[in-house]
Design a protein around this ligand. Structure first.
Ligand SMILES: [Zn+2]
Length: 114
């Protein structure tokens, strides 16, 4: 009996996955400390790469300016608290303009350093 794979991955998608793995490795090597530093949450050691504008919202998963290196705990907190994440610039809407992205950068700076 002939079987086809349950979840065929296109050649294009395979290439993206390889590029993403290389990208994630590089980001975590270059940015080893968590970039959220949420008080009472953070464990500091970055293990995850988080998109400020998610892929689902049209953000790039291969753009170093669209990502944050995060510890697992801050990443979970950001995912579970979207209003908090939005307020402090850890996520942006799909309709965010370049001015909104700059404002998000600023909000993160203020959150981390006052
Ligand atoms: Zn953290």
């Amino acid at each position: 009996m002939k079987r086809s794979p349950l979840n065929p991955v296109s050649k294009k998608r395979q290439k993206l996955n390889v590029a993403r793995r290389i990208f994630v490795k590089r980001i975590l090597e270059e940015r080893s400390n968590c970039e959220a530093q949420i008080p009472g949450v953070c464990s500091n050691w970055a293990t995850d790469v988080h998109e400020i504008m998610t892929r689902a919202r049209g953000g790039s998963i291969l753009d170093e300016f669209n990502v944050l290196a995060l510890c697992r705990r801050c990443h979970s907190f950001i995912t579970e608290n979207p209003a908090f994440a939005q307020e402090h610039g850890f996520i942006v809407h799909s309709w965010a303009t370049s001015a909104d992205l700059i404002a998000a950068d600023r909000a993160r700076e203020v959150y981390r350093h006052g």
